[in-house]
Design a protein around this ligand. Structure first.
Ligand code: ZN
Length: 111
């Protein structure tokens, strides 16, 4: 059965028996959550998500666009494509670089 993860997102239509899945396994999410763009799906069960944010430059009193990459775990019940907008949430560290997990992939994707 699908667990209530504490964040109001559409639960995935597919089911999986992944122990590290937030919906069907036993992985709790807590902390930060944000939306980003999938830029790479080359690794197994892992998505590289880019987050864009304005970064202030005091010398010019302007904001510059800054981008940071976050590695997020992609459970098998969520399908995401490169270029798609996804929502990720912080969880416990799953590996050296992964401490976020994909919780929702938007239906309307950019290709
Ligand atoms: Zn799942």
């Amino acid at each position: 059965m699908v667990r209530n993860i504490g964040i109001s997102v559409a639960s995935p239509r597919k089911t999986c028996n992944d122990t590290q899945c937030v919906f069907h396994g036993s992985l709790p999410v807590r902390g930060k959550s944000f939306s980003g763009l999938v830029i790479s799906l080359k690794s197994n069960k892992m998505a590289v998500v880019a987050r864009e944010y304005p970064h202030p430059v005091p010398k010019y009193k302007r904001l510059e666009r800054s981008r940071s990459k976050v590695h997020a775990y992609l459970p098998s019940c969520i399908t995401a494509k490169e270029g798609q907008q996804v929502r990720i949430a912080e969880c416990r560290p799953l590996s050296k670089t992964v401490s976020f997990t994909v919780i929702e992939a938007s239906e309307t994707n950019g290709g």
